[in-house]
Ligand binder design. Sequence first.
Ligand SMILES: *[C@@H]1O[C@H](CO)[C@@H](O)[C@H](O)[C@H]1NC(C)=O
Ligand SMILES: *[C@@H]1O[C@H](CO)[C@@H](O)[C@H](O)[C@H]1NC(C)=O
Length: 238
Amino acid sequence: MVAINTFLSLLAVVSTAAAQTNTTLRYMPFGDSITEIICWRSKLWNRLQTTEWASVDFVGSGKGENNCRDTKYDRDNEGHSGFLAINIANQRQLVGWLQRNPADVITMHLGTNDIVQQSRTVNDIIAAFTTLVSQMRAHNPRIKIVVAQIIPLGMGNFNSRVQQLNAAIPPWAAQQNKTESPIWVVDQYTGFSGTGDNRDGVHPNDAGDTKMMNKWYPAIIQAFQAAKADKIADITAA
Ligand SMILES: *[C@@H]1O[C@H](CO)[C@@H](O)[C@H](O)[C@H]1NC(C)=O
Ligand SMILES: *[C@@H]1O[C@H](CO)[C@@H](O)[C@H](O)[C@H]1NC(C)=O
C-alpha cells in the first residue's frame, strides 16, 4: 500500500510537469510589411516540411496577404505593414502580441519604416531594439532571437542610412547576447539588390523572397535546436 501510494504520487508529479511542457515549438515571424506581405514565410514553411521541424507552429495575430499561390502554409505571423520599431517598442505592442501568441523563437526584420517614413536616427532605432529584446525576454526568459540586418531599398535615397543601422546591429546584438536567450544576426543586406530583388523598391519579389528565406534559414534552425534543447531539459528535469 505504501509502495503504491508512492508510485501514484510520483506519477502525479511527472504528469503535472508533462502538462506544463508543450513540446511543440512556436515561431513568431515579427516585423513590418517585409514580414507581412511577402512570400519568404511560405518558402520557409515549405522548406521545413521535409525536415524534423515540420511541426513547428508559426504564430502571430495576422495571416498576412496570401499572394504566394500557396494555400497550405501556416500563415500566422506578427508582421505589421507601415509600423516603426520605435512605435512598437514605445507603445508596448509586442508585449500584447506575445501574450496572445507565446513564442519560443522570434525573427525580427524592422527599421525600414523608421528610416523611410520618419528619418529616425540609428541610435533611436537601436534603443527601440533594446526595448523590444527586453520585452521578448520578460515574456520568455529563454526566447531565441534572430535579428536581421535589413534589406536595401530600390527607391529613394535611404540605403546609406540602412547601412548605418545594419552596421550598428552586430555590436549591439553581441552586447545584448545571453546564453539562455541568444541573439543571432542575419545579414539580409549583402547580396540583395534593392532594385532587382524587390517588386516595388521595398518588398521582395520571388527572387528576393528566396534570398531572404535562404539567409534566415541557418539561423532559424540554430534557434529551433536551442529551443528544442530547452524543452528536452525541462522534460528530463521533470
Ligand atoms: C501545444 O502548442 C501547440 C502550438 O502552439 C498547440 O497547437 C497545442 O494545442 C498545444 N498543446 C497543448 C496540449 O497545450
Ligand atoms: C550569441 O551567442 C550565441 C551562442 O550562444 C552565438 O552563436 C551568437 O553568434 C552570439 N551572437 C552574437 C551577436 O554575438
